[in-house]
Design a protein around this ligand. Structure first.
Ligand code: SAH
Length: 213
């Protein structure tokens, strides 16, 4: 096996930014240790891959901060058998972390260029359990619904109703809600068809763009 030049930086990220804060789930920490974030960021930013911050990617978007990806994964309590819908593929990094923790992941991206690059990258890294879809994530992906878990990496004022319809009863959702300057990450459970919301922490994501905007 060839040596991984980023192994030390990845381990340091785990200690300082994840375990050093409140990411304690062994499954989530293992997943974060397995996914090479350096392969997801633009080549020029590779040396910053294990700093705990969002980084710019193509199409004016960002790859999420490692802590946020790990905190989302931990809030989902994945046990390995789940069918997951991930909205906002971006680079595919969060989809890869989810793919380490669940059975199948469907990920949707509205920018075809990002979606195609992510699909190639995920295939190259061996994530055969991820399906990349180009489309508007606010519509979900009914062909493979219902989902046990839905995650969005882009913020919206309210839960898109079509997405909520595609979540199974007792399913879980994590997404940022609110305007761009004032977002909160929520964990949501579908109970008797209604959304039970629990705020996790303030956050800042790119907007979830719906329709033809
Ligand atoms: N999870 C990504 C972070 C991507 S940032 C990663 O790990 O790299 C959020 C992404 O959501 C952007 O790529 C943006 O283009 C996408 N997005 C925004 N609105 C969307 C929509 N309605 N449907 C699908 N993708 C959307």
């Amino acid at each position: 096996m060839t040596e991984d030049p980023y192994a030390v930086a990845r381990q340091a990220m785990l200690e300082t930014h994840l375990r050093g804060r409140d990411v304690v789930s062994p499954r989530v920490l293992d997943a974060m240790a397995r996914v090479p974030r350096d392969q997801f960021v633009p080549a020029a930013l590779r040396d910053a891959a294990y700093e705990d911050r969002a980084l710019p990617i193509d199409c004016g978007q960002t790859i999420s901060q490692p802590y946020v990806v790990a905190a989302i994964a931990q809030a989902l309590h994945l046990t390995g058998g789940e069918h997951v819908l991930d909205i906002g593929t971006g680079t595919g990094y969060q989809a890869a972390v989810l793919a380490e923790l669940a059975a199948t992941v469907v990920t949707i991206e509205r920018h075809a260029m990002l979606a195609n690059e992510a699909a190639d990258r995920l295939a190259r890294l061996g994530y055969a359990n991820v399906t990349c879809v180009i489309g508007d994530g606010t519509q979900g992906h009914s062909a493979q619904a219902p989902y046990d878990v839905i995650v969005a990496a882009a913020a919206t004022p309210e839960i898109p109703p079509l997405l909520f319809d595609q979540l199974r009863e007792e399913g879980r959702m994590v997404l940022p809600l609110g305007p761009s300057e004032d977002q909160v990450l929520y964990a949501i459970r579908k109970h008797h068809g209604k959304a039970q919301r629990m705020p996790l922490f303030p956050c800042r994501f790119v907007p979830l763009v719906s329709g033809e905007q």
